[in-house]
Design a protein around this ligand. Sequence first.
Ligand code: CLR
Length: 264
Amino acid sequence: YLDCSQGRPQTTTLLLLTFIAACCPIEEVCASIVRSHRETSQYRVEELQALRWKLFSREEIHAYQSKSMDEMWQHCALRLTDAVQYVVEFAKRIPGFRQLCQNDQIVLLKNGSMEVVLVRMTRAFNTENSTVFFDGKFAGTELFKALACSDLIAAVFDFAHSLCALRLTEQQVALFSALVLINSDRPCLEERGRVERVKKEVELALSHTLHRDNQEGLMNKLYQKVAILKSLCSLHIEKLRWFRQLYPLTVHSLFPPLYKELFA
Ligand code: CLR
């Protein structure tokens, strides 16, 4: 049945291949992570592609720039928290995540949810004009001026550029996101060995996908990105500490509880 020498595989062969795929545990892990990503991705890629030339007008940009610093921080914290909520849902659907102890689930989310938001940002980024989908339209770095952390914003946009350059498929984005989240090197894990085992599965799923796509070379490039993600997230935490010193009450009473729980 597997003889395809006539050029086109027979129907039976295709059925058999589907059957093999369904029984192969690693294929199942891949499919499950890709499905979880799709179901929790907040916006579909096609949706974002269709909107990619919908830019803010000069007046609208000016309105954002004229907000007070704490008002703009509060606004961005809200948008980030929305995005993080979807990532939490994604995490819960990664095979093996829910079986980890609660402490370790929280440790992984505290350290990784922002990183995954930044990975997901590449789907919402237009490299042709360096803009990102924010509040319903595409915004450049200048729109975030009132935050007074242009170094962080510039670094985040640079990262989006460099990750977009790898031209990942949705499946690759899904598996890379899972790998970023299930990181057994995070401090304060109680059952590091169990996290390590889940991580190995995800890693296998990603390399399996890259092999199938004939893009094994991407693995190293993706590992380089992990290091940049880590530095971006420390910079985010650092900026938040600085902001909290200036506006302790804004953070205390007006920031979303989830944002505070994860980052403050
Ligand atoms: C990421 C992909 C999500 C949708 C989404 C929502 C909020 C966006 C985020 C994306 C990218 C990063 C973003 C964020 C809002 C504010 C933040 C633009 C597109 C910038 C980098 C400002 C961070 C400011 C902190 C200092 C509070 O599916």
